[in-house]
Design a binder for this molecule. Structure first.
Ligand code: IMP
Ligand code: MG
Length: 183
């Protein structure tokens, strides 16, 4: 789905599919350099990170493994519930592994700071975060992603995996959702 298919659901397009691919390519180069000589296990956070994982992993000029976790963060609206729960755990034993958590957005940072602690207690060699987007509130949390695509304003965005009530994930671009859609 393209932004043109959405009529006026979006206030603006923040990042086009071309810009997203270019930025992911740069992040992949950096990741490849940092993990040279090390095994890399990328852990995607379902469901939002599916697109980022697909494109970031394919932009890597090297091997990687992928696994997935599902944790509850937001309910179905635009506000964080504050409740974190594992809905689907990893299939991989991460003892001694270099783990790179892949996510699409950090808002409050609540979900990821919890996840980093949780995975950290399983004895991995390292745990880092790659996120495509980061909102301002995350800067006040003890969660420090090593790779950030872009810092964005505190607005509700959709597309490229990001949803509102499970819709808009299949939008190719990332855009700011018009308030009339959720008010
Ligand atoms: P956090 O724990 O507040 O950092 O929540 C992060 C999660 O909230 C993300 O993985 C998304 O699922 C969701 N989220 C936060 N901001 C947005 C947004 O602007 N659009 C869509 N989903 C969002
Ligand atoms: Mg998510």
């Amino acid at each position: 789905m393209d932004s043109a298919h959405l009529e006026n659901d979006l206030v603006n397009v923040l990042f086009t599919q071309e810009q997203i691919q270019e930025r992911l390519g740069e992040m992949a180069q950096q990741i490849a350099a940092d993990y040279e000589g090390k095994d890399l296990l990328m852990v995607g956070v379902l469901r939002g990170a599916v697109m980022v994982m697909a494109d970031l992993s394919r932009a890597l000029p090297r091997h990687c493994e992928m696994d997935w976790m599902a944790i509850s963060s937001y309910g179905s609206g635009t506000k964080s519930s504050g409740v974190v729960r594992i809905l689907k755990d990893l299939d991989t034993d991460i003892t001694g592994r270099h783990v790179l958590i892949v996510d699409e957005i950090i808002d409050t940072g609540l979900t990821l700071s919890w996840l980093v602690n949780s995975l950290g207690s399983r004895g991995p060699a390292s745990v880092e975060i790659a996120t495509l987007l980061r909102k301002p509130e995350a800067l006040s949390m003890p969660v420090e992603p090593k790779y950030v695509g872009w810092d964005i304003p505190n607005e509700f965005v959709v597309g490229y995996g990001l949803d509102y009530h499970e819709k808009y994930r299949n939008l190719r671009d990332i855009g700011t959702l018009a308030p009339h859609v959720y008010s």
